[in-house]
Design a protein around this ligand. Structure first.
Ligand code: UT7
Length: 323
């Protein structure tokens, strides 16, 4: 029986930091509102020369170095991103060439938005378990600053740019104990970015092609859905909440994260929280939080981790991981 395990992690954040106070000067908002309603203090915003690809490459190289794996040894590359520079080919194909990896399958996951990284883990884990592949690079890389409306205070204050990566490798012992993936397309209107690509002229979208979010409704859905997802994941993995050492949540709102920690009865110091300085980096938020806590020594080999992501689709997913 084969399993997959997380052999290396990596991440990248653009150097430029934009604080809530910086935003106060541009839009009608306050540091106090943003902190009280979200937990966000600042976010990293990319420079013009950066892209989802360049950030994915930096995060991917760091994960490969930690794993001690050469790019040529990769059997699969998955990039979760909602901000590719081209509709096709996939950012993952460009990354494959940039890294000098071989002719392994390489593809993007974009429809799953903030849950994209969890979908990537779920897919790579299945390929490794069946023995089809040995090493997969799974990345979340997002240029949220390029798809938000910077005049819309309800959304622009919430997001940031960045990338996170893991190398999943074949292992005789679990690693990834279980993954759970879901979507519910009845809620497409809650969080989306409209586009004219593929639309007939008669139904052209005339508004701004930027991120739309029904924040309040989404908040309630997130708390409900994630509660059920935790129960499902623990049952599928055959473990109790008491056994979880670390929660690595998607970073959308500190109030959602607190509610989830409470459900698991986990103290805050056992939750990887990056929201204050990263804001919401969509599919990059989970691997960014994971890499940060691994590199500063808080998460140790053998710890039991619960990873969860939730976003547009609606789509959501989780993984129970023996690190
Ligand atoms: O990553 C994908 C998943 N995303 C989520 O799960 C996000 C879930 N939702 C949320 O995190 C929260 O709903 C938000 C942080 C987006 C919003 O917080 P909220 O407590 O739900 O606020 P609200 O949207 O109900 O707005 C409350 C008030 C409104 O004013 P009125 O209508 O009551 O006068 C807003 O206009 O706050 C106002 N407001 C702001 N005020 C200052 C909204 N944005 C801002 C702002 N600064 N940036």
């Amino acid at each position: 029986m084969k399993y997959s395990c997380i052999r290396g992690t990596g991440s990248y954040l653009p150097a430029q930091v934009v604080t809530n106070y910086d935003l106060e000067k541009k839009i009608e908002t306050t540091h106090q509102w943003i902190v009280e309603r979200t937990g966000i203090h600042s976010r990293h915003i990319a420079e013009d020369h950066e892209s989802a690809l360049s950030m994915a490459e930096a995060a991917g190289r760091a994960a490969l170095a930690m794993a001690g794996i050469a790019a040529a040894d990769l059997d699969m590359i998955i990039v979760a991103t909602t901000t590719p520079e081209r509709v096709f080919p996939a950012t993952a194909c460009e990354l494959q060439a940039a890294l000098g990896a071989g002719q392994c399958p390489a593809f993007d996951l974009n429809a799953t938005a903030c849950a994209g990284f969890m979908y990537g883990i779920g897919i790579a884990d299945q390929f490794i378990r069946t023995g089809k592949i040995k090493h997969a690079l799974v990345i979340g890389s997002e240029m949220m600053s390029r798809i938000v409306d910077w005049s819309d205070r309800r959304t622009c204050v919430l997001f940031g740019d960045g990338a996170g990566a893991v190398v999943l490798s074949s292992s005789d012992t679990p690693g990834i104990m279980t993954t759970c993936l879901h979507a519910d397309g009845r809620f497409v209107d809650m969080l989306n970015i409209p586009s004219n690509l593929g639309r007939p002229t008669s139904r052209k979208f005339t508004g701004q092609a930027v991120l739309n979010m029904q924040g309040n409704t989404l908040f309630r859905q997130a708390v409900n859905i994630l509660g059920g997802l935790f129960d499902e994941t623990l049952a599928a993995g055959g473990v109790s909440a008491k056994e979880i050492d670390w929660l690595i949540p998607h970073q959308a709102n500190l109030r959602i994260i607190d509610a989830m920690a409470k459900k698991l009865d986990l103290p805050t110091e056992r939750v990887a929280i990056t929201l204050a300085t990263h804001a919401n980096t969509s599919s990059a938020s989970i691997p960014l939080a994971l890499d940060g806590s691994v590199r500063d020594g808080r998460i140790k080999r053998g710890d039991l981790l619960l990873l969860e992501g939730f976003g547009g689709g609606l789509a959501w997913g989780s993984a129970l991981v023996r690190f």
